[in-house]
Design a protein around this ligand. Sequence first.
Ligand code: SF4
Length: 68
Amino acid sequence: MLEIKVSRDECIGSGDCCIASPKVFSMHVRGYAIVVDPMGDTAENIIRAAKECPAMAISVIQNGEQIV
Ligand code: SF4
């Protein structure tokens, strides 16, 4: 299983991650993304969503190793 983190300080609220992987990410009313279900998508799609974040606010850790 992946450990997914969103940095609230870095997130610019673009919503890209919520479009790329809508079961995993959601927008908080305060305008930053949150992780709602880390099992909600394939690892491939989650990693792609994290890499495409324009603010590089998403980190993904797999087996103790940060891969994004
Ligand atoms: S893609 Fe990045 S900047 Fe945009 S809402 Fe998600 S975490 Fe925030």
